[in-house]
Write a protein that binds this ligand. Structure first.
Ligand code: NAD
Length: 449
């Protein structure tokens, strides 16, 4: 099948590459010439494990193309996947300008090809508020009489494990209005569900809602455990033990119930806000989802208070070192990353900020040039008054603690990911503060006044 991915970001690129891998001829279209030039040079503009090799392999096989030429990309495709961004607008609603612009371009292409061309299927893959795929359909219909099919096909991949998620999805969700679109989607996804996972075909509005409901649920679990973690701090309980006790209940399970700095990235923050906005739109406030967002933002404030309580509100002359910039491990995505929020607080309080991340430093340079980027996880500690751990990259899990002590001005660690054992840290001479667990200090150190 000939497919065009419109938008060659995290979703469009991974989807395009994986569809090429299963034998389709795929064009990944983008308006960003820099991205397309990089891809044509054989390099991925995003960090995603395994992606570079697949790009090279499928380009060599002649199945994968990158282009900024929308005429050819639209004209030749049997199915067009809309994979452009749907960022939060100022009021929290999803900004649909990119999706609707693509719809206009598609209408133009269909009209140019005329009614005798085989009908194309337009697939909305971006995460969109319920009713958006119908908006896309109606906009195209208002501009051309040429027939086409519409489908909504939300994407559930996780950055950092995106290829695996796409190649072996837990489920594929397709919202359709015609048998032709249902057949096309089944044909496309059949190779990915050989292990028996379902392709769920449903109406378009329900498919759109599945995506928001899923992300809202996962975000809710994160905010839930973070709220309990803070309660643990107030009552002298330890969230690690509480979590174990709670998660042993099979009805609860143990995924997405790790306390930390709250969720970030390009999906949960904007999707929770979009759910709340959908509620407001119809006069039904989504109280739970609003609270999930508030708890998430508060989590960063609470963590910052720990730093300020130890080091003072005015951090002039002080230096904070950060381990981890990406919003989670195995990605270079720093959109809505808690690390960036904390670095901004540190800079605003007068501190100097030094940061290390295995893959996300280049993105930090664009977003927060005031932060000093250091390419070595130990060197970044040189002369810092404390270390702040923001991302649970594997290399931070068992570091050389004596090297850390030697390099830091004072052995103090604020661990936003609960990576270390508290008693071990105290024994090693660290002042150690984490999330939902009592702070520990070496026997000689006293708590701040
Ligand atoms: P992204 O910002 O990484 O990529 C979007 C791309 O679309 C950009 O490269 C941009 O230049 C391009 N673009 C914009 N307008 C265009 C046009 N008219 N023609 C061609 N290209 C155009 O976005 P993303 O992270 O891939 O997310 C895309 C959608 O998928 C969003 O709705 C998001 O919520 C959803 N989603 C994202 C993830 C994720 O992990 N990132 C997972 C599931 C779903």
């Amino acid at each position: 099948m000939k497919l065009t991915m419109v938008g060659t970001g995290y979703v469009g690129l991974v989807t395009g590459v994986c569809f090429a891998e299963s034998g389709n001829e795929v064009t990944c279209l983008d308006t960003d010439q820099r991205k397309i030039a990089m891809l044509e040079g054989g390099k991925s503009p995003i960090y995603e494990p395994g992606l570079d090799e697949m790009i090279v392999r499928n380009r060599k096989a002649g199945r994968l193309h990158f282009s900024t030429d929308k005429t050819t990309a639209y004209d030749e495709a049997d199915a067009i996947f809309i994979c452009v961004g749907t960022p939060s607008d100022e009021d929290g609603s999803a900004d649909l300008q990119y999706v609707l612009k693509v719809a206009e371009d598609i209408a133009e292409a269909l009209d140019r090809l005329g009614p005798d061309a085989p009908p194309k299927t337009v697939v909305v893959k971006s995460t969109v508020p319920v009713g958006t795929s119908h908006k896309v359909r109606d906009l195209i219909r208002s501009r051309t009489k040429v027939p086409f099919h519409i489908a909504d096909n939300p994407e559930f991949l996780k950055e950092g494990d995106a290829i695996n998620d796409f190649m072996k999805p837990d489920r594929v969700v397709c919202g359709v209005e015609s048998e032709e679109a249902a057949t096309l989607m089944r044909d496309l996804y059949d190779p990915f569900v050989r292990q028996g996972h379902p392709i769920l075909v449903m109406d378009v509005r329900s498919a759109e809602m599945v995506k928001y409901a899923s992300n809202a649920m996962l975000a809710c679990k994160i905010s839930f455990v973070n709220e309990i973690a803070t309660l643990c701090e107030h009552y002298g309980a330890n969230i690690t033990a509480v979590r174990e006790g709670m998660c042993a209940d099979r009805r609860i399970g143990n995924q997405f119930l790790h306390p930390g700095l709250g969720y970030g990235g390009s999906c949960f923050p904007k999707d929770t806000l979009a759910v709340a906005s959908m509620g407001r739109e119809v006069g039904f406030p989504c109280r739970l989802n609003e609270a999930v967002h508030e708890v998430n933002q508060r989590q960063r404030d609470l963590f910052w208070s720990k730093i300020a309580d130890e080091l003072g509100e005015d951090l002039s002359g002080k230096t904070l070192a950060f381990w981890g910039v990406a919003f989670k491990p195995r990605t270079d995505d720093i959109r809505e990353a808690p690390s960036v929020a904390l670095m901004k607080r540190a800079l605003a309080a007068g501190a100097s900020v030094r940061a290390f991340d295995p893959v996300a430093l280049e993105n930090l340079a664009g977003d927060l040039p005031e932060a000093t980027r250091v390419e070595d996880m130990y060197e970044v500690l040189d002369g810092a008054d404390a270390l702040v751990v923001c991302t649970e990259w594997n290399e931070f899990r068992t570091p050389d603690f004596s090297e850390m002590s030697r390099r830091l001005k004072a052995p103090m660690v604020f661990d936003g990911r609960n990576l270390y054992r508290r008693q071990a840290m105290a024994d090693l001479g660290f002042v150690y503060l984490s999330v939902g667990r009592p702070a520990v200090r070496p026997a000689s150190a006293s708590a701040p006044a």
